[in-house]
Design a protein around this ligand. Sequence first.
Ligand SMILES: Cc1cc2nc3c(=O)[nH]c(=O)nc-3n(C[C@H](O)[C@H](O)[C@H](O)COP(=O)(O)OP(=O)(O)OC[C@H]3O[C@@H](n4cnc5c(N)ncnc54)[C@H](O)[C@@H]3O)c2cc1C
Length: 390
Amino acid sequence: MRTKVGIIGGGPSGLLLSQLLHLKGIDNIVLEKHSREYVLGRIRAGVLEHGFAELMREAQCGERMDREGEIHEGFFVSHDGIKDRMDLSKYSDGNSVIVYGQTEITKDLYDARDKMGGKVVHGALDVKPYDLTSDAPYITYRQGDDLYRVDCQYVIGADGFHGVSRKSIPKDVLKEYEKVYPFGWLGVLSKTKPVSPELIYAKHDRGFALCSMRSQILSRYYIQVPLTDTTDDWPDEEFWAELKRRLPEDVGANLETGPSIEKSIAPLRSFVAEPMRYGNMFLAGDAAHIVPPTGARGLNSAGSDIYYLYHALVDHYENGDDTGLETYSEKALARVWKAQRFSWWLTSLLHSFPEGIEYDRRLQDIDLEYLFTSDSAQASLAENYVGLPY
Ligand SMILES: Cc1cc2nc3c(=O)[nH]c(=O)nc-3n(C[C@H](O)[C@H](O)[C@H](O)COP(=O)(O)OP(=O)(O)OC[C@H]3O[C@@H](n4cnc5c(N)ncnc54)[C@H](O)[C@@H]3O)c2cc1C
C-alpha cells in the first residue's frame, strides 16, 4: 500500500487528523490495533475547549456535538462545606467549554471516515514504523497471518501512551519527563441525573471528588483513591456513600444514585516526551504527553497537536512550505507544557496528598482563598480552562 500520511492509532488524535487531511485531498491511512468496539468502549474525556470544538466543526464532525453537547460557562469548586463558582465566561471574554464525551467524538469521527471512504484498518497488529529518517519511511503490520507494508511520506504516531511510535525514537534522542501522583481516580458512569448542572470539583480531607456528566441522564463521577485499590474494593453502594461524604451536605442530599454501567481506576501521571518529531515521524496526543485528568487537558492537548500538524501538512502539500513541519515539535511542546503546568497546579490544589505535611495543606487553603478573592487569579484559571490560543 502507498499513501502520503501513515497514521498509527485510531483514537481521537489519529481519526481527527485523518479526517481533516482527507477533506484537503491528502491521502492517508489509519492503523488501529484494536477493534472499533474496543476503542468506543473506553470512557474518558468529556470537557472540550472551544478550540477543539472548532476543529471538530472544521472536520465536518461538529453537527451532533453542537446539537447534543452542553455549553458550560462555569463550574463549582467545593471545599469546607461550601461551593464557590468559577465563572468561565465572565473571566474569559465570553468563552466556554462543551461537555460532550470522548466516546461520542470518536463515534462521530468514525462515522465521518466511513461516509467518505476513509481508510481505517482495525486489528492491525505488530505495527512498526521503519526508516523514519529517510524520505521513504514505511510501516508494517500484521492481520492474522498476513503481513502488510504501508509506504508513506510521513508517519504520525498517534498511538497513545503505550504505543509503538514513541518507542521507535532512539533513546539518545528522546528525553522523557514524568511525575507520578500517589493516587488514582475511581470513575463511575451511571444512568442518573447529574447532581449539578455544572461540574463540581470537590476538595475534601478524605480526598478529591469530581461530579461530571455526559448528558442530562448520564452522570460521570470520580473519587480519589489509593493506587493500591481495585474496582473490587468499591461496590456501588460504597462508592456512592464515599462520594456523598466528600460533597457539601446540600449537594450530597440531592445525589441520585444507581447501578454503575462502567467503573474503572485511572492512575494519575504527568508525562512529556521531547522532541515530538523524529525524522519524518511526528508524535501527537497521548503518544507524546499525558496529564492527570483534573484540568481536562488531555484530549484538548491532543487537539492542539492535531491543529499544528494539520496546518503544517497542508502547508507542505499545498504550498511547498515546510516551516510548520520544521517548527511543529517546538510549537506543540510550548502549549503542551502550559497544559502540564495547569493540570499539575489544579491537581496539587484539590487533592489530598497522603504524605503531605501541614505546611502544604495551609498553602492549598490559602491558594483557594486567593483564587476566589482575586479577579486576576480567576482570569488565569478561566483562560487555561477554556483553552489557550493555538
Ligand atoms: C479516565 C480518564 C479521563 C479523562 N478525562 C479527560 C477530560 O475530561 N478531558 C480531556 O481533555 N482529556 C481527558 N482524558 C485524556 C484523554 O482521554 C486522552 O488525552 C485522549 O484519549 C488522547 O487521545 P489519543 O488519540 O492521543 O490517544 P488514545 O485515545 O490513547 O488513542 C490511541 C489509539 O492508538 C491505538 N494503539 C495503541 N498502540 C497501538 C499500536 N502499537 N498500533 C496501532 N494502534 C495502537 C490505541 O488502541 C488507541 O485507539 C482522560 C483520560 C482518562 C484515562
